[in-house]
Design a protein around this ligand. Structure first.
Ligand code: HEM
Length: 135
């Protein structure tokens, strides 16, 4: 039977960063080490500092034994879902002020183009009015 793996984003994993509720992300897997904080031979502070990021390097740097690696499996709650980085071009377009102000620019332009015929018609009416009054 296939096993269902829960996927967690870093945003979700990083919310579990307290003494009572502590998750760490190591080598693509998410571990709930809340119950292990007091027993961790390296101390609870290192685990708490390892939350909210990929702690693979810190875990490897500590030179964990085979026993430690076997032990950690019981704390595994799922896998880490890495979100793709935002596409730079789309970001540039969305941040570009020129594109953001485009609706206003179009509105202003349409106002300008209306102003000329309205002015011409207004002037013609005024001249016509004055001409008729003189007669
Ligand atoms: C589920 C996760 C983890 C488990 C089960 C675990 C388990 C252990 C165990 C059993 C030891 C004793 C030494 C050994 O047998 O290797 C240990 C030591 C240690 N661990 Fe972890 N660990 C975990 C995560 C981490 C993380 C994420 C860090 C660093 C950010 C870390 C840092 C350390 C340090 C600094 C020591 C002490 C090494 C020493 O004094 O020689 N551990 N850990």
């Amino acid at each position: 039977m296939p096993t269902i793996t829960k996927l967690y984003t870093m945003e979700e994993a990083s919310q579990h960063n307290t003494n009572e509720d502590c998750w760490v992300v190591i080598d693509g897997k998410v571990y709930d080490v809340s119950s292990y904080l007091d027993e961790h031979p390296g101390g609870d502070d290192v685990l708490l500092r390892a939350t909210g990021k990929d702690a693979t390097d810190e875990f490897e740097d500590a030179g964990h034994s085979k026993t430690a690696r076997e032990l950690m499996e019981q704390f595994c709650i799922g896998e880490f879902l890495e979100m793709p980085p935002p596409i730079p071009e789309l970001e540039i377009v969305s941040k570009n002020q020129e594109f953001k102000n485009l609706p206003h620019k179009i509105l202003n332009m349409s106002k300008q183009y209306w102003a000329v015929p309205v002015a011409v018609v207004g002037l013609s009416v005024a001249i016509g009015f004055l001409y008729l009054r003189k007669k």
